[in-house]
Design a protein around this ligand. Structure first.
Ligand SMILES: [Zn+2]
Length: 638
């Protein structure tokens, strides 16, 4: 123990942690993970050897039959510092995955048939939850092969499934669950209503007893091949890759349907994993990383609803100001209408919020629910049209006439075609003064019109005019992206332009034709066709006022670059996001597609002889196989 640290504080920390640990394993945690982690970290920093730290958990107590694990289910060692992760990594190649915030589960298969499921429990003895797990679709009842193996993974409840589960539970007069994570542990421990477990999902990450595997990536691919869902996994070769990876997954983790609470890293070589083995508490070949996300609690003063450019009405909680990550927070996003319903959110609720880094603060869970029921607005706050509910979100369908949607559309357009200096506030002024009603009105404005705006002098008016005029000559992909069509981003449009070349042919494309294109999902195909149809009049008007979308011929079509005319297919994990590699390929004149065919020139993989279906097909067709390194070398030489 550090000499200058108050001994009674250490005592108190240890006592609290012990209570929380015991309570946690009953499935009813008293505090959030973040609060718990903070206390644990404090104790570790002053008394790294304290016995409470290595205490794994109390014996399970929910009444289900006990079941011993043949191999203990250890917890993971964790760090909050990227430097720790990098020095642990050393010269090794590692695999990174986001860490699902769920409950660990072990599934036993005998000759390909599911036999038993066990919770983690204290790591050595768990509970037999076989009957409940039969309700979880991702926990396969049968494997395609005659295998006798143990599959481990994480069972969780996604946000959307949680909302459906709450409805179902309330209908059965059961108590409203607090949050997705607790209810997973809660329902797995119950004897009745076990069919409610059908709202859960399962990600597999470990296979014990599978032979012939060499790497962690092999393990993921094999589990996936057997039919299990697996989390996104990435091969990281250098310590400097770790930071970018964490940044990247954090971007989408926050908005994903699944709750994550960090990332997990493993050495890719299974031989190395074997040789390092475990301590009594954790494996030495895995390390988990958590962000120093900070949480706080506050009271909801009221809930405001804001219409977005697509007419979605988003709930925002106005809370009593609370300091968090160096800012005073007064507004917290509540995601969507379904969320408000699922958590029964309303004025007077005590809620927990989280803000990690620069990210906008978010609602995490209800700590104390005030009496009464949630309320949804019935009419659009901007145009008063009655709202519709699509199962998740409240929507204002009054698209063209709703001022909030029109303003959102114009802001999105200006971002997409890079018109700067016109803020939301300035646009509001322009709309109020009647200078702009629709997006195309922007292009009919003169310098004298801008001079009418408050605090806008000659120089600024001139600049605004020039910025808008300059955006008339815009690449077609940006033009289409500016139309704000759901289901399509800039990359989607670039891909469509590669196939259909002109605005006219893209406008007349059918959903069937889109689905034919490599890797196009039916849902986004329909959204795109519908979206283009809805915006037909706007497109016409934009062209009429002189907006001129330019088609740049792709290098693939012109036959330039070191990879000119070659088609690439990538399989397995690479050292950078697949999108990024595909962009490099395109920039070098090549084309990236997702399935191997006779048109494929090269298959790129880091996995040697993995036996994947793409690999088999490439071999059959005699297609050359390159490593990522060989590809990058070719690119750099070009
Ligand atoms: Zn409206």
């Amino acid at each position: 123990m550090k000499a200058d640290y108050d001994a009674s504080r250490v005592e108190k920390l240890a006592r609290s942690l012990m209570t929380y640990k015991k309570q946690y394993y009953t499935g009813k945690p008293l505090v959030s993970d973040a609060v718990y982690d903070k206390l644990e970290q404090e104790l570790r920093s002053v008394s790294p050897q304290h016995p409470v730290l290595s205490y794994v958990g109390a014996a399970p107590s929910t009444g289900a039959p006990k079941a011993t694990h043949d191999m203990p289910m250890l917890s993971l060692n964790k760090t909050y510092r990227i430097e720790d992760l990098q020095s642990w990594m050393g010269e090794e190649t590692i695999v990174g995955t986001p860490k699902v915030d769920g409950n660990s589960l072990s599934l036993l298969y005998e000759n390909g048939v599911f036999k038993q499921a066990k919770t983690r429990g204290d790591g050595r003895v768990g509970e037999d939850v076989t009957d409940k797990v039969l309700w979880i679709a991702d926990c396969l009842p049968r494997l395609p092969k005659d295998l006798t193996i143990e599959v481990r993974g994480e069972v969780y409840c996604s946000q959307h499934q949680f909302a459906l589960l709450v409805d179902d539970m309330l209908e059965r007069n059961l108590e409203r669950p607090n949050n997705p994570r607790n209810i997973v542990a809660g329902l797995l421990g119950r004897k009745v209503h076990i069919d409610l477990c059908r709202y859960f999902n399962f990600f597999a990450f470990e296979a014990i007893g599978l032979t012939g595997l060499k790497t962690e990536v092999d393990k993921f691919e094999t589990l996936h091949g057997l039919g299990f869902s697996v989390v996104d996994h990435r091969l990281l070769k250098k310590p400097k890759d770790v930071e970018g990876y964490l940044e990247e997954i954090k971007q989408w983790m926050d908005d994903d349907e699944v709750a994550y609470d960090g990332a997990v890293f493993s050495y890719n070589s299974l031989a190395l994993q074997q040789s390092l083995g475990n301590t009594s508490h954790h494996p030495r070949f895995k390390l988990s990383f958590k962000w120093q996300g900070m949480t706080a609690q506050s009271l909801v003063k009221r809930i405001d609803w804001f219409p977005s450019r697509l007419g979605i009405i988003t709930p925002v909680a106005v809370i009593e100001g609370v300091a968090l990550s160096g800012a005073t927070i007064t507004n917290v996003t509540l995601h969507n209408a379904e969320h408000v319903k699922a958590y029964n959110l309303k004025q007077g609720d005590l809620i927990e919020i989280v803000r990690s880094g620069e990210v906008i603060p978010k609602f995490m869970q209800v700590l104390e629910s005030a009496p009464g029921n949630y309320q949804w607005p019935t009419n659009c706050p901007s145009c008063k049209t009655p709202l519709t509910f699509d199962g998740v979100r409240l929507k204002c369908e009054n698209r063209d006439a709703c001022p909030a949607q029109r303003s959102g559309f114009i802001l999105n357009w200006m971002r997409a075609v890079e018109v700067e200096d016109i803020s939301e506030k300035r646009l509001d002024q322009m709309m109020q003064m009647g200078l702009v009603e629709h997006v195309y009105d922007l292009y009919t404005l003169n310098v004298s019109d801008f001079l009418r705006l408050p605090s806008t002098k000659d120089k600024m008016a001139e600049k605004l005019y020039k910025n808008i005029q300059a955006s008339k000559n815009v690449p077609l992909a940006k033009f289409l992206n500016g139309l704000g069509i759901e289901g399509a981003g800039l990359r989607t449009w670039e891909k469509l332009i590669e196939h259909f070349q002109t605005l006219e042919s893209i406008q007349s494309v059918s959903a069937e034709a889109l689905i034919e294109i490599d890797g196009f999902a039916e849902k986004s195909a329909l959204q795109i066709v519908e979206g283009l149809k809805e915006r037909k009049a706007i497109i016409k008007q934009l062209l009429k006022v002189g907006v001129n979308p330019i088609v740049q011929k792709s290098k693939f079509a012109t036959g330039e670059g070191p990879l000119a005319g070659q088609q690439f297919v990538i399989t397995g994990a690479l050292s950078m996001p697949r999108e990024q590699i595909e962009r490099l390929i395109r920039e070098a004149g090549g084309k990236a597609s997702t399935s191997v065919s006779k048109n494929t020139s090269v298959l790129v993989t880091n996995e040697g002889d993995s036996g994947s279906s793409k690999m088999k097909k490439a071999k059959e067709l005699g297609i050359p196989i390159w490593t990522e390194e060989a590809l990058l070398k070719m690119l750099s030489e070009g």
